[in-house]
Design a protein around this ligand. Structure first.
Ligand code: AMP
Ligand code: ZN
Length: 479
């Protein structure tokens, strides 16, 4: 087996990956700020850890994955204040929207989604510890992290801090490199905060955004854990600040590998509300288009900027549908009785070809999750499989081997439609005509009239009935 290598942001190079505990990986991803619906760019930051996790599982690791929900920050406080609602009511809409969108994109759930507002007590304890360590100080009911106290501050993000003015503070959660300052850990209550406040030894207030992630990641994954992910915009100040808070309190390394996804741009421009190109998943289109978006994102390398255009989405959709068509045909052929085809290749040649493709797939992903190269390995086999099927030369056992390859690679990348192998639900009834079509299709398959069987499958699909050929014969589900 080759060595897994990941690009580590602070080291600025690909490094060999070894988890802290053999066979187990602890991973934290910065989650959504639920002040609004997430846009399609945000979902790249959630699709990337999804594929990373699936890949690590494919490589035999147990992965414990935590993603936070930032349910209190400057933007949320402002929106709640403007809208005359409660914080909980306000964020629930966007939390529900977030989980719906995860499901639409086929993103597997993390093990936990801790909410910031449910961990304020632990955050206060962390601040008290930082004050006791001399790394934080209080001013007018707020508490700030003293970046001078943390000698390596700036190294992670490769910032040159010479000439930095000591003792200047910043209260907002988001700021840029021009404003490297002592950042806020606890914000004293102001009138604009309304009811949004928690008690603390420093007075009523609320936690700063950076602190939320330090506190919740260490609570669930330990003081040192393996992988931390997020978009590139979080490198500074968010992740630099997470490191300072965590390491100043534990005196241990916080994270072993930092992995950041690049941005999604739309037609070459950054996404923002003010430009009005803040596209939500549901704006992209129907189920197929949303699946195509997943395909587009996961087959682009996570460290390159992804330019989202209609053409790119169309190309992704057609590649994805091609893979699904192939999977369906392989499913059918693999269930055949063997008389339909005789392998034109030598007995083991096909197995070897599939094995070569899977090796190439794995090697590509071992090399810093190179998904475009992994897709090339898949498509190398797709052409051959289509040719063999087209000339009726694929034996059932060869189809089964190819299908297994597609299923395994799909387990990592998620490009196949869901196939529900379960019995259809009793509540759904076929019309007599649909029943007849199913019977005709069964007859067609028995007499090896594959084109008639395909035609009937398409007719049923057009009526929302998906037919699946499994070991038990044909089954159907409503789509
Ligand atoms: P937020 O909800 O603003 O805290 O962002 C959630 C995640 O989305 C973070 O990891 C961001 O880095 C990431 N993100 C924000 N905008 C984009 C974008 N245009 N493309 C990719 N990731 C993004
Ligand atoms: Zn975070």
């Amino acid at each position: 087996m080759t060595q897994i290598r990941f690009y580590d942001t602070p080291r600025r190079e690909k490094v060999a990956f070894e988890p802290l505990e053999e066979g187990k990986i602890r991973m934290y991803s910065c989650g959504p700020t639920v002040w609004d619906y997430a846009h399609i760019g945000n979902f790249r930051a959630f699709l990337f850890p999804d594929v990373l996790k699936r890949y690590l599982q494919y490589r035999g690791f147990v992965v414990e994955h935590v993603m936070n929900l930032t349910d209190v920050d400057d933007r949320i406080v402002k929106q709640v204040g403007d809208g005359g609602t409660t914080l909980n009511e306000y964020v629930q809409t966007y939390i529900d929207g977030f989980f719906d969108d995860l499901d639409r994109l086929g993103i597997q759930r993390a093990d936990r989604y801790p909410r910031a507002t449910e961990h304020v007590e632990e955050m206060v304890q962390l601040i008290e510890k930082l004050v006791a360590e001399g790394a934080a100080y209080e001013r007018d009911g707020s508490v700030y992290f003293a970046i001078e106290s943390f000698k390596s501050y700036g190294e992670f993000a490769h910032l040159d801090l010479t000439g930095m003015r000591d003792g200047v503070r910043i209260d907002s959660d988001k700021y840029d490199k021009e404003h490297v300052r002592d950042f806020v850990l606890w914000k004293a209550w102001t009138e604009a905060d309304g009811d949004i406040a928690w008690p603390s030894p420093f007075g009523r207030g609320r936690p700063g955004w950076h602190l939320e992630c330090s506190c919740m990641s260490m609570k669930y994954l330990g003081e040192t854990f393996d992988i931390h992910t997020g978009g590139v915009d979080l490198i500074f100040p968010h992740h630099q600040n997470e490191i300072a808070q965590s390491e100043a309190s534990t005196h241990r390394p916080f994270v072993r590998y930092w992995m950041h996804n690049e941005f999604v741009n739309i037609d070459g421009a950054g996404m923002s509300k003010s430009v009005g190109n803040n596209v939500r998943l549901q704006d992209i289109g129907d189920r197929e288009q949303i699946q195509a978006y997943r395909y587009l994102v996961v087959t682009s390398h996570y460290r390159t900027i992804l330019n989202f255009t209609d053409e790119a989405l169309k190309a992704a959709s057609s590649a994805r549908r091609r893979l699904n068509r192939l999977a369906n045909r392989l499913r059918e052929t693999s269930c055949g009785d063997g008389a339909a085809a005789s392998a034109s290749l030598e007995p083991n040649a096909w197995n070897e070809a599939v094995q070569t493709a899977e090796d190439a797939f794995r090697l590509a992903l071992d090399d810093d999750l190179n998904t475009p190269r992994a897709m090339a390995a898949i498509f190398g086999l797709v052409g051959d499989a289509e040719r063999l099927l087209g000339s009726d030369e694929m034996a059932p056992q060869d189809a089964a081997v190819a299908l297994k390859f597609l299923t395994v690679t799909d387990g990592v990348l998620g490009f196949l439609d869901d196939v529900d192998e379960s019995e259809p639900e009793a509540a759904v009834e076929l019309t007599p005509n649909q029943q007849q079509m199913l019977e005709d299709r069964h007859q067609a398959r028995s007499s090896k009239d594959w084109s008639r069987a395909d035609e009937l499958r398409d007719l049923l699909a057009a009526e929302g009935i998906a037919v699946i050929d499994g070991p038990e014969g044909q089954q159907w589900t409503q789509t």
